[in-house]
Design a protein around this ligand. Structure first.
Ligand code: DGL
Length: 270
């Protein structure tokens, strides 16, 4: 049994959709959530940049005592999972778009994947589709700017629908009946995506699977916190007040948010 924190990391607040599943499955765990807000989005950056930055953040969370690192970001997992596993001493759990269950569940054999440009460009994604996409048509839909929309706190309404439309229009045309939410931010706008795609389209994400994997790994290592009430603390490289305001909206309750300075790669201006 260990009361060291579970480190969870994303480019921003999207990974809170994964933290929520971990919280549900493992209510006694302390979760230390890292939102790299000063550098969000990762999705349009180079693979090398994301790999280096993910290593910096992974090392930082390890130094802060994390007993496991959950990379709650498809883009960072696609770019950096192998490197993180090689360089960190703690176990590293990564995320990948839920292509496998989506292909299994699609009656028409037509699956859409909404994700960042970085995720869809990664070798990991190519391997995923060639391993699990056999016999189905898998339509990749990059959604540049959509994670930023969630970071801005635009979670419903006309402005969101307007920004979503070009992405969902192509998926509707492609006739998919199952869509993978391949970016952790998109889970927070699930209702708007569902409405835009229509009632016959099923949406799938990976949050629950990651929570189960986290539980399994901690159990195997004898490191589960199995007594007492856990907590969730957020560290951000961005402005704590602004991040806290959006967190309250997506989480439903306020959570403690602390600004941290984690130097490394320079932010790349747009
Ligand atoms: N939430 C992230 C993902 O799962 C990345 C969004 C971004 O920073 O571009 O892919």
């Amino acid at each position: 049994m260990s009361h060291a924190p579970v480190g969870v990391f994303d480019s921003g607040i999207g990974g809170l959709s994964v933290a929520r599943e971990i919280r549900r499955a493992l209510p006694s765990e302390e979760i230390l959530y890292f939102a790299d807000t000063a550098y969000v989005p990762y999705g349009d950056r180079t693979t090398e940049w994301v790999r280096n930055r993910s290593l910096t953040v992974g090392r930082y969370l390890q130094e802060r005592g994390a007993k496991v690192l959950v990379v709650a970001c498809n883009t960072a997992s696609g770019a950096a999972l192998e490197a993180l596993r090689e360089h960190l001493a703690v176990p590293v759990i990564g995320l990948e778009p839920a292509v496998k269950p989506a292909v299994r569940e699609s009656a028409a054999g037509r699956v859409g994947v909404m994700a960042t440009t970085g995720t869809l460009r990664s070798d990991r994604y190519a391997r995923l589709v060639s391993a699990h996409g056999t016999g189905a048509t898998v339509v990749a839909q990059a959604c540049p700017g959509l994670a930023d929309t969630v970071e801005e706190g635009i979670l419903a309404g006309e402005e969101l629908d307007r920004r979503l439309e070009p992405f969902v229009a192509q998926l509707r045309e492609a006739g998919v009946d199952t869509v993978v939410l391949g970016c952790t931010h998109y889970v927070f706008i699930r209702d708007a995506i569902a409405r835009a795609l229509g009632p016959e389209v099923r949406l799938i994400d990976s949050g629950g699977a990651i929570a189960r994997q986290t539980e399994r790994i901690l159990r195997e290592r004898g490191e589960l916190a199995d007594a007492g009430e856990g907590s969730l603390r957020i560290l951000t490289t961005g402005p704590a007040h602004e991040v806290a305001a959006v967190v309250t909206r997506i989480w439903g309750d306020p959570l403690p948010v602390e600004h941290v300075h984690v130097p490394g790669e320079e932010p790349i201006s747009a």
